[in-house]
Design a protein around this ligand. Structure first.
Ligand code: FPP
Ligand code: K
Ligand code: ZN
Length: 501
């Protein structure tokens, strides 16, 4: 960056002790004018080219930029910035927010009752990423999970609620996070398998609940549940997808279903022929990554250059964060749903079997100006260079997504309240931006029965200028399961040992 110089330290008088006693340390505090010199113009100025036509869309976009710019530019008096103009991660406040959220919620949360498994997963996952030991929650998670399980398989949002793919996914991940035999043994795997068979559709996809809609969330959640619990893939004769042909199983046609969800924009929609949305891009890639080696499945079933172009267009400047779809606003949760797609794609490109060429992020100012290469018609290297602006995302998260009041927690954007959903997915996105994942080379032949285990390895991302302090690095999470790799391994190994059910 041309304007990244070291600013002169402020005079002693300008140094301010932080209200957080643990953040008063040896660090030098810079005055705000010199701070701004350290922040690339890309993140402090309005985009150079703007459409003159004013619409509702352009109006809310301008409003969003104006609520983000002060914190991005080092001008927010309530923030304590480091020498790169980036605030610290308020770890303790966020931990307190999450611990409170795990307790009894106020009455206003009654509408969220069916999302109780989600609250468990979001809070436990976020606490874990912040470095907390969540095994102390094992007993209460076990008890809660038991009350949510249905004899007919799967987990509902609470006692006597219908089993749903999303709540089941959230319960399984919460159980994996607390870990241990007692947690694993809660799951009635045989009933789970039968239930999943009843949701499997002839076109390859999954309904999210009995008689409910079929969409790509269903496919991703099913792939996660099946692989974590090591369920058999055979179909029951009661399954809508059962044909009598024993080669047709729970994972048959899933990849083709995902392929049909890629839209003309290059992104992924919830169902074939709908609007591309970031949350579904993550579901699509995650799902494909579990069916066989990701370096094989992802380029085989998706047009990767077009997907990368769409994903890159989700990152905005000056905000630095991601939007969920075309012409919509940045939102912290897309740090995971969109940001979390990049580690998967970058890891695939790092394997020799998947070199791709194509138009990547051509004409996208955020992507083009934050990297040093010309992006149009480039040959993708083995992911030596990041495909997104990690700096931009980290700036958006640490400047704009932290609730710096006593409340703590992370949020969509300035002016919005923090909540467990955003706290979890903003931190997941931060984790993706701070780490780099690598994949082993795929075996010569594809997995015959589906669901092969790729070997993932993680390193802190260390290329370029590190704009955040080392103590603000959060824990890495598996790029597909979004929980630590060791928790994935432990659960899989536990169920692998079981013969049958
Ligand atoms: C639009 O919301 C949001 C969607 C169309 C999809 C939401 C789905 C998820 C967040 C997760 C699904 C994944 C699993 C694993 C269950 P909006 O219109 O309020 O937001 P926008 O303006 O940012 O698009
Ligand atoms: K939103
Ligand atoms: Zn959001």
């Amino acid at each position: 960056m041309a304007n990244r110089q070291r600013p002169p330290p402020a005079s002693a008088a300008a140094r301010q002790p932080s209200p957080d006693s643990d953040t008063v340390d040896e660090e030098i505090v810079f005055d705000r004018k010199s701070l701004k010199l350290m922040i690339p113009d890309l993140f402090t100025q309005l985009p150079p080219v703007r459409d003159a036509l004013v619409t509702e869309t352009s109006r809310v976009q301008e409003e969003t930029v104006s609520v983000c710019l002060p914190s991005l530019s080092g001008e927010d008096e309530s923030l304590e910035y480091n020498e790169h103009g980036v605030p610290r991660l308020s770890r303790e406040r966020h931990v307190n927010f999450l611990k409170k959220s795990l307790g009894k919620l106020p009455g206003a949360y009654v509408a969220a009752d069916a999302s109780r498994p989600w609250y468990l997963y979001w809070c436990l996952s976020a606490l874990m990423m912040l470095g907390e030991d969540v095994t102390s929650y094992r007993e209460s998670v076990v008890e809660t999970a038991r009350s949510m399980q249905n004899d007919s398989g799967g987990f509902g949002g609470g006692g006597r609620q219908l089993s749903h793919m999303a709540t089941t996914y959230a319960v399984i991940l919460a159980l994996a996070l607390v870990g241990g035999e007692e947690a694993y043994e809660v799951v009635d795997r045989k009933a789970m398998w039968r239930w999943l068979c009843s949701l499997k559709q002839p076109d390859g996809g999954f309904q999210v609940c009995l008689g409910g809609e079929e969409d790509i969330r269903g496919a991703y959640c099913a792939a996660v549940i099946i692989t974590l619990l090591r369920l058999p893939l055979d179909l029951t004769p009661e399954s809508p997808a059962w044909t009598g042909d024993s080669s047709v199983n729970l994972l048959t046609g899933v990849a083709d279903y995902v392929r049909r969800c890629q839209t003309f924009e290059g992104g992924i929609s919830g169902q074939p022929n709908a609007e591309a949305h970031g949350a579904y891009a993550f579901c699509a890639l995650g799902c494909l990554a579990l069916l066989d080696h990701p370096a094989r499945t992802i380029p085989s079933y998706l047009d990767v250059p077009r997907l990368i172009a769409w994903l890159s267009s989700r990152q905005y400047a000056p905000e630095g964060g991601f939007s969920g779809r075309t012409n919509k606003l940045v939102d912290g949760c897309y740090s995971h749903w969109v940001g979390g797609c990049f580690p998967l794609i970058e890891a695939c490109l790092g394997t020799s079997s998947s070199r791709i060429t194509g138009d990547v992020a051509a004409g996208d100012p955020a992507a083009a100006s934050t990297t040093s290469t010309t992006r149009s018609r480039c040959r993708l290297p083995p992911a030596e260079e990041s495909l997104f602006s990690r700096e931009g995302l980290i700036r958006y998260i640490l400047c704009c997504c932290q609730d710096q009041s006593k409340r703590g927690g992370l949020r969509d954007k300035p002016g919005k309240n923090s909540d467990p959903y955003h706290t979890c997915y903003v931190l997941s996105g931060l984790s993706s931006a701070q780490h780099q994942w690598e994949l082993d080379e795929p075996e010569e032949t594809a997995a015959s029965e589906g669901a092969a285990d790729a070997v993932w390895a993680v390193l802190p991302y260390l290329d370029g200028v590190q704009i955040f302090d080392n103590k603000d690095r959060v824990r890495p999470i598996h790029p597909v399961y979004a929980i630590p790799q060791q928790n994935v391994r432990a659960m899989k190994e536990y169920f692998q040992q079981k013969q049958g059910f």
